[in-house]
Design a binder for this molecule. Structure first.
Ligand code: XIL
Length: 335
C-alpha cells in the first residue's frame, strides 16, 4: 500500500476521520485504512441514536465501528456524551410530558454516561464529554439549552465526573466550534479555568475546526492553541473541514439548475488554507494529540446540507471520486 496521511504524520499526531457505518465497506473503507489511524463516529454514538428509549440502547452501528477500529488497529474517539442536539425525545420529560427537574436529569445523565462509557472502556481512548455548551451570544457564557435551563451550569461538571468514574483511563474533552474566534475563545477560556479550579476531571479541548477559506487566520489559530494549552489542557482538532462558503448562515439556497462554483480560485484558496493549518499543527506537535477530519471525501459532507440545503460543498482532502486533491499534496509536502 502507498503512504497515507497517518504515515506522513506518524511523528506528529494521529490523523482521524469521522465515519458512518456504511463507509466501513467497499472503496471508502480501503481509503480509511490506508490514510487514517483514528476514527470518530459521526452520529451513531450521540444520545438520540444510541439511547432512543429510556431503557433501550441501540448498539449495533456503534459496535460495528468499534470492531472495525479494533481489527485495523485504529484509535477511537467517542462523540458525544452530552449535547443539546440529537437528544432522544424522552430525555427532558417525564411520562406525563412534564419537564423533569435537575435531580432527575442528572440521574439520567449519569445512567447514560455510565452505560455507554463502560461498554466501550478500553476501545475508546478519548470522549467528547460535553459538546457546545458555550453560547454564541457574547453576553452570555452558557447556551440556553434544555440541559442548562433545567440544571444550570452543573451538568457540565457532572458529565465529566460521571465519565471519569465510568472509565478513569479515558481522556475527557470539552468540544466546541468557533472557539478559535477571539471573543468566544475568551469566554471559553474563563469557563475552562473555572472547571479546572474546581478540580473537574477534564483532559483537553476539542477545537472542532469547522473552518473555511475565510477563517481563521494563522494568528488566531496559534493564539487559541496557546491559550487552551496554557491551562494545562491537551488540544485536538476534532472536526476539521474547510468550507468554500462563509460560516454565517447568510448564504442563500442554491437555485434549481445553478452550477456549483468550486472554481480554480476557490480551490487555490482552500489549498493555501489547508497548507497553513497543517504547518501550524506541525509546530504544535507536542500540544496537539490528534487531528480529525469531519468525514472522508467531497462525495459526502454534512456541509452539503448545513447551514442551507441543496448547496454542494467541497471541504475535504479527497474529491468526489475519492482521489487526493491539491490540498492533500500540500498537507504532506513537508515530508
Ligand atoms: C453533524 C453530522 O455531521 C450530521 O450528519 C448530523 O446531521 C448533525 O451533526 N458539530 C458536532 C457534530 O459536534 O456532531 C456535528 O455533526 C457537526 C457540528
Amino acid at each position: 500500500s502507498i503512504m497515507g496521511l497517518k504515515d506522513y504524520y506518524q511523528d506528529y499526531f494521529p490523523v482521524g476521520v469521522a465515519v458512518y457505518p456504511e463507509a466501513l465497506e467497499g472503496e471508502q473503507s480501503k481509503l480509511i485504512i490506508n490514510e487514517f489511524n483514528s476514527m470518530t463516529p459521526e452520529n451513531v454514538m450521540k444520545m438520540g441514536p444510541i439511547h432512543p428509549e429510556p431503557n433501550t440502547y441501540y448498539w449495533k452501528d456503534a459496535d460495528k465501528i468499534v470492531a472495525f477500529a479494533r481489527k485495523n488497529n485504529m484509535k477511537l474517539r467517542g462523540h458525544a456524551l452530552c449535547w443539546h442536539q440529537q437528544t432522544p425525545d424522552w430525555l427532558f420529560t417525564d411520562s406525563l410530558g412534564n419537564t423533569i427537574g435537575k435531580k432527575a436529569l442528572l440521574k439520567r445523565l449519569k445512567e447514560h454516561i455510565y452505560t455507554v462509557v463502560k461498554r466501550y472502556k478500553g476501545d475508546i481512548y478519548a470522549w467528547d464529554v460535553v459538546n457546545e455548551a458555550v453560547a454564541d451570544d457574547s453576553t452570555k457564557i452558557f447556551r440556553e439549552s434544555e440541559w442548562y435551563q433545567i440544571s444550570g451550569e452543573e451538568f457540565v461538571a457532572k458529565a465529566f465526573q460521571y465519565a471519569h468514574e465510568a472509565d478513569p483511563n479515558a481522556k475527557l474533552f470539552y468540544n466546541d466550534y468557533n472557539i478559535v474566534r477571539p471573543e468566544k475563545r475568551r469566554r471559553l477560556y474563563k469557563f475552562l479555568k473555572k472547571l479546572i479550579d474546581n478540580e473537574v476531571p477534564i483532559d483537553g479541548v476539542g477545537i472542532q475546526g469547522h473552518w473555511s477559506i475565510f477563517e481563521p487566520t494563522e494568528n488566531e489559530l496559534r493564539q487559541a492553541i496557546d491559550s487552551y494549552s496554557s491551562l494545562g489542557l491537551k488540544v485536538q482538532i476534532t472536526e476539521l473541514d474547510v468550507s468554500i462558503y462563509p460560516w454565517e448562515k447568510n448564504v442563500r439556497e442554491k437555485r434549481e439548475g445553478e452550477k456549483d462554483d468550486y472554481t480554480p480560485e476557490l480551490k487555490k484558496r482552500q489549498t493555501d488554507q489547508y497548507e497553513m493549518f497543517f504547518r501550524v499543527f506541525r509546530d504544535y506537535k507536542n500540544t496537539l494529540t490528534g487531528v480529525t477530519f469531519w468525514n472522508i471525501s467531497d462525495q459526502y459532507s454534512w456541509l452539503d446540507t448545513y447551514p442551507v440545503p441543496g448547496r454542494k460543498n467541497y471541504p475535504l482532502l479527497f474529491d468526489q471520486n475519492l482521489q487526493r486533491k491539491q490540498a492533500y499534496e500540500k498537507v504532506v509536502d513537508f515530508y
